[in-house]
Ligand binder design. Structure first.
Ligand code: CUA
Length: 196
């Protein structure tokens, strides 16, 4: 009969029981594989972040948040819904504590709509229920989202980024009117939802 090793870990084991050194070797291999997988995943995050140029929810269009009302695209007279030569519309809105300016905009149904938003102070959120529109509005950047509203109706637009004590009261509205009724709307009706 062969002599038993003095180290109990090296003694032959009953069938089905794996010796401790085999377990240690296997665990070490799996540890190396897991570390390599973590390294690969970290590398994917870094490489796609740099190569894909991940950036704030905008087209990296910058704008000076301190002079919005004085010059450029977001002066007061340029806010609200504008009709483009191709028949689509562009809506320009400023988000600020604790309101959207203008508070209500009117857009035609079944028409491409481009929202361009920026913030005058802190980060706000812009969400149009039942559409694909959902973006952060970051000061210093112009957020642009495109959609098309299926039918006439009134949409409430909540600010969904906590922006201060008045956050929960920060709502705006989009009034969607039938496409054929839209051209008859005056600029005041388009930017304030007034009825004339
Ligand atoms: Cu603006 Cu919350």
């Amino acid at each position: 009969m062969a002599e038993q090793p003095s180290n109990p870990l090296l003694r032959p084991l009953a069938d089905g029981i794996v010796p401790a050194e085999v377990i240690a070797r296997t665990e070490k291999r799996w540890l190396m594989i897991m570390t390599a997988m973590l390294g690969v995943m970290m590398a994917i995050v870094v490489v796609t972040g740099i190569a894909g140029a991940l950036h704030p929810s905008s087209n990296v269009e910058v704008v000076d948040p301190t002079t919005l009302h004085l010059q450029g695209e977001f002066v007061e007279s340029n806010l609200g819904t504008a009709i483009e030569p191709d028949g689509s519309v562009t809506v320009r809105i400023i988000a600020e504590q604790y309101d959207f300016v203008p508070r209500c905009v009117r857009v035609p149904a079944a028409t491409p709509v481009k929202f361009r938003l920026t913030s005058a102070d802190v980060v706000h959120g812009f969400l149009l229920p039942d559409t694909n529109v959902n973006t952060m509005v970051v000061p210093g950047f112009v957020a642009e989202v495109r959609t098309s509203c299926a039918g006439p109706g009134e949409y409430a637009m909540p600010c969904h980024e906590f922006c201060g004590l008045g956050h929960q009261a920060m709502w705006a509205h989009v009034s969607v009117v039938p496409k054929d009724r839209f051209p008859a709307q005056s600029p005041r009706e388009r930017t304030s939802c007034a009825t004339e």
